[in-house]
Design a binder for this molecule. Structure first.
Ligand code: AMP
Ligand code: MG
Length: 491
């Protein structure tokens, strides 16, 4: 058999189940070709796990796919339609600068969306150019892969190519395309779109598809749509707890940026908190702190209520009954989230069993961290090493008293101190993508074409719980600055 060279042998094995949904949910569309694609970074390990051949992906034919200049056999590119509440306001959105190529079926039989981010205009682009700039795409690559290393459900980054074109933002920037891999790109906003503009049959088709794809066991249950709601609530209660435990601030938790699969998506203005403060906000457009660190669980519950609203016609034929069912399900979120968070915090402090006072012990530590401006990650890291450097917090009498109570607490459990410290090591990252390190890597890459800084950073972030000597330099804090760190979205 003569195969199209470089395409088939690459290992692309695409299906298009999303394209079998009613037409309302997408627009078929090819990527807009670009003049001179160049591969900047390829995620070899991810490629291999998807059943793709790294060498072939690096060839001109392979790179042409990442650039949108060619499409793999069986790809059926499409832009997905969705809506969403952005900062509380409902809007029609959709893939304005993304195209789904199809779903890669891995050698293990798993299904992953392969999406190009930045392949040109779509019917949902509104005023935008449908393109992306190199800096933000590399930023998404770094942070999403760091999240994966931390063990947090996330979309992944397979490759970034430059296009040979400039994109105009505040300044002229290098154009780029990111290839994103996701369990799916179905969002709370996809359901809101179906609820607002689709028929009940179309909404049901989306719900059935989502059940089959993500929760096949629930699909067979008595009330599958209620189970769908409950599964999504469960997934988000776990995800947001994981964010809080590592100090991740998403920055733009609009309902279109909340997945049904429970993966973190959309790495626009996100950043990791350094000094512990629940009011921390990095995003330049989040003037009122709607998406502040401490507000993320509350916003997740708000978004889930929007999801439940969209599902109402499927929950019960009588609307008031449906509302009651939805409210009951949503009211579980706080408890689910809280128990995940508490379990995670116990692990961060080396606790295996549960004691009544644990939560107040944790809150006391967090309270002192805020009071003395302690770095969130490095405080837990120091406790894990049991090496309390000279910081404003560790020098206080208040902390010394807390430390003694904590030591007593962990010596009361049957597990040894060594096991406690092992648990802490696997629960407290020694490194996170520190803002100044990410900026340094991006500056070297975008300004000077030097990708080595980013590659070293990625290598360290791949194993955040290693506690290796190479990690030490990545845990130092930036020099004090008068200017707060700011992030931007939609760039
Ligand atoms: P985001 O802030 O990335 O969640 O994007 C919000 C909406 O704006 C989505 O519908 C995006 O597809 C759209 N969007 C963002 N950037 C662009 C762009 N450069 N061109 C067209 N649409 C865009
Ligand atoms: Mg988005």
């Amino acid at each position: 058999m003569v195969e199209r060279k470089g395409i088939i042998e690459t290992g692309w094995n695409l299906d298009n189940s999303y394209a079998r949904l009613p037409k309302l949910f997408f627009t078929n569309l090819s990527p807009t070709p670009v003049p001179s694609p160049r591969l900047i970074i390829l995620n070899d390990a991810l490629a291999t796990s998807l059943g793709l051949n790294v060498q072939s992906l690096q060839s001109n034919d392979g790179v042409a796919v990442f650039a949108g200049n060619d499409i793999p056999e069986a790809a059926l590119p499409l832009a997905q339609a969705y809506a969403g509440h952005q900062f509380g306001y409902f809007t029609m959105l959709g893939d304005g600068r993304a195209l789904l190529l199809g779903e890669q079926i891995t050698p293990q039989g798993q299904r992953f969306d392969i999406q190009l981010k930045g392949p040109g205009k779509t019917p949902y682009s509104r005023g935008g150019d449908g393109r992306a700039a190199l800096g933000p795409m590399l930023r998404e690559y770094i942070i999403s892969e760091a999240m994966h290393g931390l063990g947090i459900p996330t979309t992944r980054s397979l490759a970034v190519v430059t296009t040979g074109e400039s994109v105009i933002r505040e300044t002229e920037q290098t154009g780029a395309i990111l290839t994103r891999v996701a369990a799916s790109h179905i969002r709370v906003g996809t359901f809101q779109y179906a609820s607002k503009w689709g028929t009940v049959q179309e909404l049901q088709a989306l719900a059935d598809y989502t059940l089959q794809r993500h929760f096949p066991e629930a699909a067979a249950g008595d009330n599958p749509y209620l189970l769908l709601l409950k599964e999504v609530i469960k997934g988000q209660a776990l995800l947001i707890a994981k964010w809080q435990l590592v100090g991740f601030i998403h920055g733009v938790m609009n309902t279109d940026n909340m997945t049904i699969s429970g993966e973190t998506i959309d790495y626009g203005p996100c950043a990791f908190m350094d000094t512990y403060d629940p009011a921390t906000v990095f995003s330049s457009i989040d003037a009122h702190g709607r998406y502040a660190y401490g507000n993320q669980p509350h916003i997740a519950a708000w978004n889930l209520a929007r999801f439940a609203e969209a599902l109402l016609p499927l929950l019960h034929h009588d609307e008031s009954q449906a509302v009651k069912i939805a409210e009951d399900a949503i009211s579980d979120f706080d408890e689910l989230y809280h128990s995940n968070w508490l379990e995670g915090m116990r692990a961060k402090l080396g606790m295996f069993n549960q004691e009544q006072q644990d939560e107040s012990l944790i809150e006391d530590l967090l309270g002192m961290m805020k009071k003395y401006g302690a770095d969130y990650t490095n405080t837990f890291r120091a406790l894990t090493f049991d090496k309390l450097e000279d910081t404003a917090l560790f020098g206080t009498k208040e902390f010394a008293q807390w430390y003694e109570i904590w030591q007593d607490r962990i010596s009361r459990q049957k597990e040894s101190k060594e096991r406690s410290y092992e648990l802490m090591k696997s629960s407290n990252p020694a490194v996170i993508p520190r803002n100044h390190r990410v900026e340094e890597a991006l500056e070297a890459a975008v300004k000077y074409g030097d990708y080595s800084v980013m590659e070293r950073l990625l290598a360290v972030l791949a194993c955040p719980y290693a506690y290796s000597s190479e990690q030490i330099e990545y845990s130092t804090l930036p020099a004090k600055s008068d200017r707060p760190y700011r992030t931007f979205c939609g760039t």
